[in-house]
Design a binder for this molecule. Sequence first.
Ligand code: PEP
Length: 263
Amino acid sequence: REGRRPLIAGNWKMNLTHLEAIGLVQKLAFSLKEPELEAAEVVVLPPFTALRSVQTLVTGDKLEIGYGAQDLSVQDSGAYTGEVSGAMLAALACRYVVVGHSERRTLHGEDDAVVAGKVQAALRHGLVPILCVGEGLEVRRAGEHVGHCTAQLDAALEGLTAEQLTSPGGGTGIVIAYEPVWAIGTGEVATPEDAQEVCGALRPRLAERFGAETAGIVRILYGGSVKAANTAGILAGPDVDGALVGGASLDGDEFAQICRTAA
Ligand code: PEP
């Protein structure tokens, strides 16, 4: 995958108290060895309430495990009860934030404009958005999945420049996650060919809009019922640079095995 370091990100969703989070991160730190954490980037995405605990843990121990949040506000501060801003996440030294997860889009009515606003809010605060795109079952059955996902990508990145998509050090300023909605939490995993088909279409789309160099740097993940047993197959696609893992990221042994497979 042309020098792109694989990224395995665990989306814990609304699971684990801060105390349980500490236990899981300690377990990961214990079972993953330094060369594995160098070869693959390992990131956990806890609920907001556990971020501070995870920060304290990984900073104190110099663990090479990254962390980030599952959502952020479009706004930076003010009268937005219940919201959490990019500035607050940046103050917790989060590196990543998920934007446009299908559960946010469907359960919380986030449309393309909101998703684009959140991508911009993340970038404004130096956070790397993990931008999720993906089609539902009907779109897939109609054979319109590639067009659907590239349209979501276009809408979310509206008005951005190539510089914003790559960080000053040459690393990634944004991560894309292809997550077919029909495969999320269903146990139904896309085939390696399905994953590669869409990831392999998103990259040229990025190249068209932002240039080949940027498209070659940005990492594109697959997400949807990834487990240790199917990781190698999924990651075999040349445009699949890692995985966004939901359910399986709550099991320390399983998640560590996924990370090891990616390393
Ligand atoms: C997700 O929510 O991002 C996800 C991929 O979930 P799961 O792995 O449980 O399908």
